[in-house]
Design a protein around this ligand. Structure first.
Ligand code: SF4
Ligand code: SF4
Length: 268
């Protein structure tokens, strides 16, 4: 099993093993939601979004959502309501699989475009054809893109590479930068808490020598995504500013997949 604290996601084999993936039989029938949410966080918009009653979070609200695949019609509404961008719709009823996913980057692709499909780790998987781009007002700025990929890749493809990234696009290459001295201070690294490169460098100048130390001083990594977007970048900046090598940089503390229980549980 992969280490989810390092990868940040379960792969399709792990989701299937955990019983958190629609059956192959259901996938072959037509579009169905695939809920890849794996943290016991207090969250349930997916449950309230589904008017077919196909998703249950229940009580307590920290339960993982459960899909009733027989009730799901694959409408995709839950994709747009999940703040964790953890829901997809997969359809294996045709010769090619169709995968629908949230895509909050501009520019959006257009129907008929050929795009680069990527897996959960953002790695290129195959070229794919765009079947649909749904950016209706009801989506509240979470467009849903549907692409067509070879059937055997339908469980692994989960997004596409951002479009039209010019070679000189500095943000696209942030993960490859080892020397951050020339990166503008006003560039935002932690998007949830809007923490900039300059604020992170200041925390390091003030003595922070771990990702956790930077987190405590700046709040980088404390937002909704819990560092999913920014922690690797913060590590890079720390390495650049201090000369620490990647394996010398202590990772931040991740939220453990545990949930509170009532005192009464301990009475016996
Ligand atoms: S895809 Fe539609 S029917 Fe299926 S769980 Fe999501 S909202 Fe409900
Ligand atoms: S993160 Fe998404 S899938 Fe998980 S409980 Fe919240 S809305 Fe549902």
């Amino acid at each position: 099993m992969s280490d989810i604290t390092k990868t940040g996601f379960l792969n399709s084999a792990e989701l299937k093993e955990a019983g958190r993936y629609p059956s192959e039989e259901r996938l072959e029938k037509g579009p169905v939601a695939v809920i890849e949410c794996c943290q016991n966080i207090p969250c349930n918009p997916c449950e309230t979004a589904c008017k077919y009653g196909a998703i249950t979070v229940g009580d307590p609200i920290t339960n993982l959502p459960i899909l009733d695949e027989s009730k799901c019609i694959g409408c995709g509404v839950c994709i747009t309501k999940c703040p964790g961008l953890a829901i997809f719709v997969v359809d294996k009823s045709k010769e090619m699989a169709r995968v629908s996913f949230p895509f909050e980057y501009l520019p959006l692709p257009e129907k008929g475009d050929t795009v680069k499909a990527v897996d959960r780790a953002g790695q290129y998987v195959c070229d794919a054809k765009v079947i649909r781009v749904n950016n209706a007002a009801a989506n509240d700025c979470t467009p849903v893109v549907t692409i067509e990929v070879p059937k055997e890749l339908g469980d692994d493809v989960r997004s596409i590479r951002r479009l039209n990234l010019p070679e000189e696009d500095r943000e696209a290459r942030l993960l490859e930068i080892d020397d951050w001295s020339a990166v503008p201070d006003d560039l935002i690294v932690c998007r949830c808490e809007e923490v900039t490169v300059g604020e992170i460098k200041k925390a390091i100048a003030e003595g922070a020598r771990t990702v956790e130390g930077i987190k405590k001083r700046t709040r980088a990594g404390m937002g909704l995504c819990q560092g999913r977007t920014c922690v690797k970048l913060v590590s890079r900046i720390l390495g650049s500013e201090t000369g620490l090598k990647p394996d010398e940089i202590k990772p931040d503390t991740v939220r453990m997949p545990i949930k509170p229980v009532a005192f009464g549980v301990y009475k016996e």
